[in-house]
Write a protein of this length. Structure first.
Length: 155
């Protein structure tokens, strides 16, 4: 009887542990903490080949995170999420206005990827996914990040 209870407890513990890992939550710490690895991989369409890395690049909107995906043949999959300020966002308003992302959004062709710049209230995010434009994936990722910024603004 005791063995059955112990085995049942161990099985229950293992089942709960595996469910927690499949519902990964972002850490909300630093610029790389606003999207999960799984969300980035879904946006890229491939697995990440490196851990996300913090960046600070003016041409990308300032502080943010870069991620690199597995290479396929001649395609290099990569992306960036940055957190521009209002003046950075205003500088891209000459881009193509798009709907379905935040209160206001623009697409520009950056030097290495299509960039989606989105404003929701006083929160701003830029999502760039490279090798090929992935506008819908960028919109989805931007919406997740903007929602998380409501609960924990980037420091």
């Amino acid at each position: 009887m005791k063995a059955t209870i112990v085995i049942s407890f161990i099985m229950l513990f293992c089942a709960c542990s595996s469910n927690q890992s499949s519902t990964e939550m972002p850490s909300l710490n630093g610029p790389c903490g606003y999207a999960t690895r799984a969300e980035m991989e879904e946006a890229l369409g491939v697995s990440l080949s490196e851990s996300p890395a913090e960046i600070n690049e003016e041409y990308l909107g300032g502080r943010g995170c870069s991620f690199a995906g597995q290479k396929e043949d001649t395609e290099a999959h990569f992306g960036y999420i940055t957190f521009p300020d209002a003046s950075g966002f205003d500088s891209v308003k000459s881009g193509e206005r798009v709907s379905g992302a935040g209160e206001e959004a623009y697409i520009i062709n950056g030097p290495d990827a299509q960039q989606l710049w989105v404003r929701e209230g006083d929160r701003f995010v830029m999502v760039a996914i490279g090798d090929v434009p992935r506008t819908e994936e960028s919109k989805k990722l931007a919406a997740l990040v903007l929602e998380r910024l409501k609960t924990k603004p980037l420091n």
